[in-house]
Write a protein that binds this ligand. Structure first.
Ligand code: ZN
Length: 104
């Protein structure tokens, strides 16, 4: 966590947002719970992310955690998409996620 910095939130024990050196934002709750912000945003809208799935940033900007920039992808397809530049692999909803599973 070198170079991590507090981006938002206060020292009063409330939720803190940390921008880590990896480029990702993490949410830290009092008591030690921590969640990647983009995963939190997506799950709040769509429910729990299934095992083996990751949340991808459509515009490849890791700091852009708006819901419309987030796609739920199967882990393998996700890596493949990054390697091939295929932008058509995105699935934004649980329905899409189920379809992606059927196709895979
Ligand atoms: Zn990605």
């Amino acid at each position: 966590m070198a170079h991590a910095r507090l981006d938002r939130g206060g020292p009063d024990g409330s939720l803190r947002v940390i921008h880590e050196a990896t480029g990702y934002y993490w949410l830290y709750w009092p008591g030690g719970r921590k969640v990647l912000e983009h995963r939190y945003v997506w799950e709040k809208a769509n429910g729990p992310i299934e095992a083996g799935y990751v949340i991808h940033h459509s515009n490849e900007n890791k700091t852009d955690n708006r819901l419309e920039n987030l796609e739920c992808l199967r882990r393998g397809k996700h890596v493949q998409g990054h390697l091939t530049g295929n932008k058509e692999h995105g699935r934004k909803t649980q329905e899409g996620m189920r379809k992606a599973k059927e196709l895979s």
